[in-house]
Design a protein around this ligand. Sequence first.
Ligand SMILES: [Zn+2]
Length: 195
Amino acid sequence: MLMTISLTFEEMWNKILACDEKYDGLFFTAVKTTKIYCRPSCKSRKPKKVNVEFYFDMNEVENAGFRACKRCQPKVEYSPNIELVRKVTTYLVNQSKENIALKDIAEYVGLSPFYLERTFKQETGETPRSYLEKVRVDKATHLLLFSDMTNLEICYEVGFQSPSNFYRVFRMQKNCSPSEYRKLNMEGDSKDELE
Ligand SMILES: [Zn+2]
């Protein structure tokens, strides 16, 4: 059986607001009112937060009486490597705080580092390293918006080994510094208004 992803409800909720396809297959969004379930990246109108339940297993969500969304088609698997990709992404999300090397992931899935990296890149457009950095920055943005932690605390909390690396990667992905990100997104449009 696959490991379950360790993300909080709030984190998963933010992924679906962002239609974040990096997390497709790791969990499903089930809407209690419509009895339909979706991928995190589904572009359909967002359900109300109170009507959402998250499932980690397709059989479980189907057994609970939900039907697959026609738009994002969560049942369709595009590739024979999809299980490998899920295994790697689950590992990366769950271990993102740790100092992970490519050989650790390769060992975990039982493949050579070269083959793992090539296959993962072919399937996702990311290397395991760049995927991991995106997951860490996602966690950082979440903490910037929903906690009082300082930049330095967040840097280590999400798994970066040094502040300079944290700032560099963060800026590359978000085009601003962590402090600027916090300031820009805290003012005005509070995410709570969407509830
Ligand atoms: Zn959908």
